[in-house]
Design a binder for this molecule. Structure first.
Ligand code: RIB
Ligand code: CA
Length: 336
């Protein structure tokens, strides 16, 4: 039985086609679980970040086998950021990048066409597609470099990255942007409409060990897979940054693509810092058009203040409807 919520969304998004560009990764995996049930996923492209390209690609294949979706093609992307040396995050995602669940080596194989080529070809073939991006933006930027015309064919990018407040990998920078700031700069200056789930938003998707017990109560193959993922991820987060829970960062980007009412946002100009000694990789969000108090206080009405700075290039997520988010997620997991 597909839950009522999902039925509504499938009607709304039934014709909208998506590529998921990711670095699975525990939260990437749950983002795929949510998106795959509600949206028409044309393919998954992988990018190094949480782990190396080989490992995140193997993980994407494993996730699709758990979901029994072997028909969704997986196109491996870049193992190297545009300029800087790859940094990975084994302290959060483990040596496999998906530590926790015990999964067999995947029987399905990755595609031969690389991620950037697949993105470019798919946009040209389908004319209008959207992207859910939950890793570094290397593949997307490379596809734009390869085929600049695709910037007109990408309807929207729902991405997890950056922050309207402070970072995680550095005080200023969030990991996905930090891994490849040059690629992020290319994408944020491409003119493609972006919906940005920054850390300020995704930290509202926090789950504790008590919260994830519901996954054991749902007690199906996918819910128990998610339990094993989050059991590990909460443990590694606690060990690494002394946080007694985990944030479902990437799931927010997928959820926004499924149901646009879940997140309140503000249109802002966002620029990616490339040169700052302490701020390289920061997503610099221009809040100056707000009354300058607390951006969240301006959410319920657009301010009449004259806009300062450059025109907006991004909808910056500020407020998550936490109850509706988790209801959608658990209903979706229940429906597998
Ligand atoms: O900063 C959080 C992001 O970095 C998430 O996408 C997580 O999967 C890691 O890639
Ligand atoms: Ca990710």
């Amino acid at each position: 039985m597909v839950p009522q919520h999902a039925n509504i969304e499938i009607k709304e998004h039934g014709m909208r086609k998506f590529i998921i560009d990711c670095d699975p990764g525990h939260d990437d995996a749950i983002a795929i679980i949510l998106a795959a049930k509600h949206l028409d996923i044309l393919g998954i492209t992988t990018v190094a970040g949480n782990q190396t390209i080989e490992k995140v690609t193997t993980n994407a294949l494993k996730i699709l086998e758990v979901l029994q979706l072997p028909h969704i093609p997986v196109h491996p992307g870049s193992n190297n950021p545009w300029i800087q040396k790859l940094e990975i995050a084994p302290q959060f995602h483990g040596t496999t990048g998906l530590d926790g669940p015990v999964l067999p080596a995947p029987a399905i194989q990755p595609q031969k066409t690389c991620a950037a080529q697949f993105i470019a070809e798919t946009v040209k073939k389908h004319k209008r597609i959207s992207i859910i991006a939950t890793g570094a933006l290397t593949n997307l930027a490379t596809a734009l470099q390869l085929e600049p015309s695709i910037s007109n064919g990408i309807e929207e990018i729902f991405m997890m990255g950056g922050s309207a407040t402070f970072g995680n990998w550095t005080p200023a920078a969030e990991f996905n942007i930090y891994v490849d700031p040059e690629a992020a700069h290319k994408v944020f200056n491409s003119g493609i409409p972006i919906k940005m789930c920054g850390l300020n938003l995704t930290r509202q998707s926090y789950v504790s060990r008590k919260d994830i017990e519901i996954l054991r109560e749902i007690n199906n193959k996918v819910s128990l897979f998610c339990y094993d993922l989050l059991d590990f991820f909460i443990g590694s987060t606690q060990k690494s940054v002394n946080l007694p829970g985990g944030n479902l960062h990437d799931v927010c980007a997928a959820a926004w693509a499924v149901d646009k009412t879940l997140i309140k946002s503000m249109d802002m100009h966002v620029q990616i810092e490339l040169n700052g000694k302490y701020t390289r990789g920061m997503a610099v969000c221009d809040h100056r058009h707000l009354r300058g108090t607390d951006p969240e206080n301006d959410l319920d009405h657009q301010t009449s203040m004259p806009r300062r700075g450059q025109a907006p290039n991004c909808a910056v997520g500020l407020e998550l409807d936490v109850e509706a988010f988790f209801s959608l997620l658990y209903d979706t997991i229940r429906s597998y």
